[in-house]
Design a protein around this ligand. Structure first.
Ligand code: ATP
Ligand code: MG
Length: 206
């Protein structure tokens, strides 16, 4: 890799409470379709839009589950940057810090359609756009036309560079998994086997 070529780094941000195959498939699709060198999984510290996660896993448990889920994929890694910051954690700050530390890296932030639609409610979205390209994947069977319209709008209003990620619609969310598990319904195959073992052993979501 010559000095002129920037390292292409995907960022899969999320609460990961718990991490599930939707997150993993998105990250793998982004890696492949955008010729990324690596994808960082970035568990959110204390996101302002989810202040009360009372029935959820602890930070350490969320970190451990992500580590277990990605351990056999050599181009995935865990970034615990947001875990050790106090107060609310904002993506724009995390990205600014990452860019300062690694000016040679180019960031591709991976999001689902729900995050795309809510993107302008994030703190300082235009600053996020200065530091990364967004890759947006379908979710809840949202039609591509609506997503493209939103992409256009964000491009015009804040110069966002956003691309559609080609991925199957994966009908799964952490919220549904927590509920199912609590109701003694199987979540097997929705999360990696090691993650399920960890949830059981540590009595999370009971
Ligand atoms: P919760 O129900 O707790 O909000 P979640 O399943 O939405 O959990 P998050 O950690 O909130 O997972 O998601 C992180 C990112 O991954 C978001 O940008 C979200 O849109 C995306 N994402 C999560 N699950 C899917 C999915 N099944 N399909 C597409 N995108 C997804
Ligand atoms: Mg969510």
């Amino acid at each position: 890799m010559g000095p002129e070529k920037k390292k292409r780094v995907g960022i899969m941000g999320g609460t990961f409470d718990p991490i599930h195959i939707g997150h993993l498939i998105l990250a793998e699709c982004a890696y492949e379709q955008f010729q990324l060198d690596t994808v960082l999984f970035l568990p959110s510290g204390n996101p302002p839009h989810k202040p009360e996660r009372k029935d959820g896993a602890t930070d350490q448990e969320r970190l451990a589950m992500v580590a277990l889920a990605i351990q056999d994929n050599p181009h995935f890694s865990l970034d615990s940057e947001e875990m050790y910051r106090s107060g609310f954690t904002y993506t724009y700050e995390t990205l600014r810090l990452m860019k300062e530390r690694h000016p040679e890296e180019e960031y591709y932030f991976i999001i689902g359609a729900d995050s795309l639609m809510a993107f302008d409610t994030w703190r300082n979205p235009e600053q996020i756009c200065e530091n990364c390209v967004l890759l947006a994947a379908v979710r809840d069977r949202m039609d591509t036309a609506s997503m493209e319209q939103k992409i256009d709008e964000l491009h015009r209003s804040m110069g966002a560079e956003i691309y559609l990620l080609q991925s199957p619609n994966i009908d799964i969310s952490s919220t549904k998994l927590r509920k199912s598990y609590r109701n003694h319904q199987s979540i097997r195959y929705f999360v990696p086997e090691r993650v399920l073992d960890y949830i059981r052993e540590n009595h999370i979501y009971e």
